[in-house]
Design a protein around this ligand. Structure first.
Ligand code: ZN
Length: 388
């Protein structure tokens, strides 16, 4: 038989025993593709809606056809095969209802890849393929307790980043404070103690503004030795976790800790004195509270932050937004500016990114930077020497 002619498609069949209509995947020669058909039945039995089962089938069948056509055995899949399949999906325009063919949207490409990865997850669990795919084409991700994680939090298995559609192709490079003078001006700026501490904290830790506003005083372990606080981590650091939220801010997911330099410890001490002067002993567990205007003692809101950064921008004559401090810190870590250079994975952990892909936007800007720095000079390895 000519393998190029063999294609798979989703069809409907009627079970003779019950008369029920079921979805099957069959070849152009009329043979049922056993494993994928079992998978569709499994999905239906697991409570997936008929529409979902149909959509999965419609997206898996072309993959099986492509595997055969490109001389692959779908049972022996490797990550690179699936990345190639993704490229094929991206490259195949869909015929739009109106107008001509148009490129697939990232969300559509994602849905196509999800169908295939879900199929392999099942195939692995059903011992249809070798149990070697876990971690290779999908990985476990912890979803913290909350809206998506339920009461206990849960572990979800998601496609590895290589198999996810790239949504950030048109995303502009992260905006950071590139000028050393502007950074120095920001750090020298005369501010009230609380504001000084907030800026220092964001600048030196790269925290998201929402995470900073959600910090509790008990999350700040600013001693050299923190065992008295029940913490084994040595040196000043903060814990970033989801606290009960009082001010509309929320820390994203999970828990991480971030070391802080002495400067941040000192500005926190200044802020504590100021807070004590204005509020006396107050019970608000939040680190950031209102001190200067109405509703003194209430947790600081995002609106208050916007206000502050508006004033800061005027003072340093350049527009500074809270998130720019995060971009700036990430860039400084990766490039080793005023700090030892850190690798991508360390920066990922410090920033609290779930995947390397999010962190790699900063690596990309570093690559641009290197290219610019190299300019027209000859590249290493292009001369007489063989060194690398
Ligand atoms: Zn600690």
């Amino acid at each position: 038989m000519a393998s190029s002619a063999l294609a798979f498609m989703l069809s409907r069949a009627v079970l003779p025993s019950t008369g029920d209509a079921v979805l099957i995947i069959e070849s152009s020669e009329g043979d049922i593709h056993e494993e994928s058909t079992r998978w569709l039945r499994f999905l239906a039995a697991a409570g997936k809606s008929p529409n979902t089962v149909r959509a999965y089938g419609l997206r898996l069948a072309p993959y099986l056809s492509w595997s055969v056509a490109s001389g692959r055995d779908w049972r022996q899949v490797r990550l690179t095969d699936l990345v190639e399949w993704k490229t094929a999906v991206v490259a195949t325009p869909c015929s739009g209802a109106k107008g001509g063919p148009r490129p697939r949207k990232a969300g559509t490409v994602d849905a196509w890849m999800t169908a295939v990865v879900e199929f392999y997850k099942w195939a692995e669990a059903a011992a249809v393929v070798e149990p070697a795919l876990s971690g290779l084409i999908y990985e476990s991700r912890y979803i913290a307790a909350g809206v998506y994680g339920g009461e206990q939090g849960r572990v979800r298995q998601v496609k590895v980043p290589e198999l996810q559609a790239r949504r950030n192709e048109e995303t502009p490079a992260p905006e950071w404070i590139e000028s050393a003078q502007a950074r120095a001006a920001l750090l020298d700026l005369e501010l009230a103690a609380r504001d000084r501490f907030l800026v220092d904290l964001l600048f030196f830790t790269g925290l998201r503004i929402g995470e900073a506003l959600a910090l509790f005083r008990q999350d700040l372990h600013f001693l050299g030795e923190n065992s008295g606080l029940g913490c084994r981590i040595r040196g000043p650091h903060i814990h970033v976790r989801s606290n009960e939220v009082l001010n509309g801010a929320r820390a994203k997911t999970g828990h991480r800790w971030v070391p802080v330099p002495d400067r941040v410890v000192f500005s926190y001490e200044d802020y504590l004195l100021e807070r004590r002067d204005i509020l006396g002993i107050d019970a608000n567990p939040h680190v950031f509270v209102n001190l200067y205007r109405s509703s003194r003692g209430a947790s600081m809101s995002y609106a208050g932050v916007v206000d502050l950064f508006h004033r800061i921008s005027k003072s340093v004559s350049t527009r500074v937004r809270p998130h720019m401090l995060r971009h700036t810190r990430a860039t400084m870590w990766l490039r080793g500016i005023d700090t030892p250079r850190l690798d991508l994975d360390t920066v990922r952990v410090l920033l609290g990114h779930a995947s390397l892909e999010a962190t790699s936007i900063y690596a990309h800007s570093r690559a641009e930077d290197l290219r610019a720095a190299v300019g027209n000079a000859s590249l290493p390895g292009t001369g007489d020497e063989n060194g690398r």
